[in-house]
Write a protein that binds this ligand. Structure first.
Ligand code: HEM
Length: 154
């Protein structure tokens, strides 16, 4: 059981690093550098290419987080865990919904606008993705903080 728990929490932690770290990098490093150095057509194509690759990893991270988290919560502790885990689940639900929104609405629209070379409309969709990613990043940092520090407060 201890080894299975170690595997589940290890995978949970890795998925957290991929999702939250990726959003942090995209928001605070890549986006600003691209804005300063590239013209809209190159910048929008670059960001679309980045999302095409990163979002595959985010879907994987979402599946791993829910599977490993629920396995520990239900399978090991039978649902009797502190408030920090309940809050983690609520925040994770919100983050998952926001990511699904990004993926199915503005990201798809961004791909269409880039294909049509409609740069102002593409930039508008990118702005929306940026805003929602920032919300998810802040939620993710709080969630990850709760996951690691919450047990000492519960
Ligand atoms: C964005 C989503 C999530 C993030 C960023 C996240 C992050 C974390 C982190 C960083 C830890 C600490 C791992 C460690 O011990 O080092 C953790 C623990 C945990 N997470 Fe999550 N988690 C997320 C979603 C979920 C979901 C959906 C569940 C489902 C029940 C869950 C259940 C748990 C449980 C049971 C623990 C162990 C808590 C403890 O031992 O006190 N997490 N999480």
């Amino acid at each position: 059981m201890t080894q299975q728990l170690a595997l589940a929490i290890g995978l949970h932690q890795l998925a957290t690093l991929v999702w939250i770290g990726g959003m942090f990098f995209a928001h605070f490093a890549l986006r600003q550098a691209a804005q300063r150095t590239l013209e809209p057509p190159q910048r929008l194509r670059l960001m679309l290419g980045v999302f095409e690759r990163f979002f595959v990893w985010v879907w994987l991270a979402v599946v791993v987080l829910w599977a490993s988290g629920l396995w520990v919560f239900v399978g090991v502790y039978s649902g009797s865990m502190g408030w920090h885990v309940h809050t983690m689940m609520a925040l994770a639900l919100l983050m998952t919904a926001l990511f699904a929104y990004i993926y199915f609405v503005p990201y798809r629209a961004l791909a269409r606008r880039v294909a049509e070379q409609d740069w102002p409309a593409a930039a508008e969709r990118l702005g929306r993705i940026r805003a929602v990613i920032l919300i998810n990043l802040l939620l993710g940092l709080v969630t990850a903080g709760l996951g690691s520090a919450g047990r000492y407060l519960a």
